[in-house]
Design a protein around this ligand. Structure first.
Ligand code: C2E
Ligand code: MG
Ligand code: MG
Ligand code: MG
Length: 279
């Protein structure tokens, strides 16, 4: 009986959806508890001058230190973004990254810290005021804070984006475009918006030079130079990639070749070692 079958299938499907939304709901609760129990931690990945090995910047990357082990952001950021939880979570990230930046400064390291901003955070009313109050509270100079946004964020409502980016610019904060080349936005925003830096997505670095001749990476480096933007390569893992990038005028890299994202103590050890090696 076709009809009965259909009915059963539908029921089954319906139950699946239900358990999925219950799972999501439970996950959101867990994340909320994790936030109040201080279970999140920031790791930092160095951004390195490939010619000198000097550390030029750090990117803050969140992890959840849960009772079941360390959870990567890909497993919970999307869920936090679906609820409004990304707002308080993002504020926690900003505050802690700025505090750490200040600590580094007091240790003699003048290194900007990059923080990833979600769409909801970027478009939240008073994002400028929020960041200003965090900078004031932590006493981090604005030029030591960088905000990473993706092209997708800039896709709708150009006027609104322009206003927010100009405000960041006036405050003296750096802005970079993350995962550059993977979004669907038009390139015209590079001319229109106050951005400082583009980060070549890992997918365009990955196969160089064995499976990929680096054409897209080259075009992005050229584009950055034409717009007077800094350019950094994400996901650099091999000396061949470094050779290629240096030859093609990209000097800054972030990737496992230099360091994985590290907790504060390991990062400090890495920075001290780099300083010793350079001296
Ligand atoms: P992203 O901002 O593009 O960060 C770079 C990601 O690439 C990091 O993954 C980093 O560990 C990874 N990566 C860096 N170098 C290499 C490499 O050489 N090889 C490989 N295979 N991977 C490399 P992670 O930490 O898992 O973060 C994933 C994404 O989660 C980030 O991508 C970002 O979109 C998001 N995210 C992380 N922290 C935050 C946060 O505090 N707030 C928000 N809104 N999003 C965050
Ligand atoms: Mg990023
Ligand atoms: Mg990226
Ligand atoms: Mg990414």
């Amino acid at each position: 009986n076709v009809k009965a079958n259909k009915g059963r299938r539908f029921e089954f499907y319906d139950k699946d959806i239900n358990s999925l939304s219950i799972q999501k709901y439970e996950m959101q609760n867990k994340l909320r508890n994790a936030l109040s129990n201080q279970e999140f931690v920031l790791y930092y990945q160095p951004q390195v001058d490939m010619a000198t090995n000097q550390i030029l910047g750090l990117e803050a990357l969140i992890r959840w230190n849960s009772s079941n082990g360390m959870v990567p952001p890909a497993s919970f950021i999307p869920i936090a973004e679906e609820s409004n939880l990304i707002i308080p979570l993002g504020e926690w990230v900003l505050e802690n990254a700025c505090e750490f930046g200040k600590k580094l400064q007091s240790l003699g390291y003048q290194i900007p810290i990059a923080v990833n901003l979600s769409m909801l955070q970027f478009k939240a009313p008073y994002i400028g005021e929020l960041i200003q109050s965090i900078l004031t509270r932590t006493q981090l100079p604005p030029e030591l804070l960088e905000l990473e946004i993706t092209e997708g964020i800039l896709m709708d409502n150009e006027d609104e984006c322009e206003a927010i980016l100009s405000e960041f610019h006036r405050m003296g904060i750096q802005v970079s475009i993350d995962d550059f080349g993977t979004g669907y936005s038009s390139l015209s925003y590079l001319k229109k918006f106050a951005v400082d830096k583009i980060k070549i997505d890992r997918s365009f670095i990955k196969g160089i030079p064995h499976y990929d001749n680096g054409t897209i990476a080259k075009v992005i480096i050229e584009l950055a130079s034409n717009f007077n933007l800094q350019v950094i390569a994400e996901g650099v893992e091999t000396p061949e990639q470094i050779d290629f990038l240096l030859k093609n005028n990209c000097h800054i890299a972030q990737g496992f070749y230099y360091a994985k994202p590290l907790d504060e103590d390991r990062l400090l050890t890495f920075m001290e070692k780099t300083k010793r090696d350079m001296a």
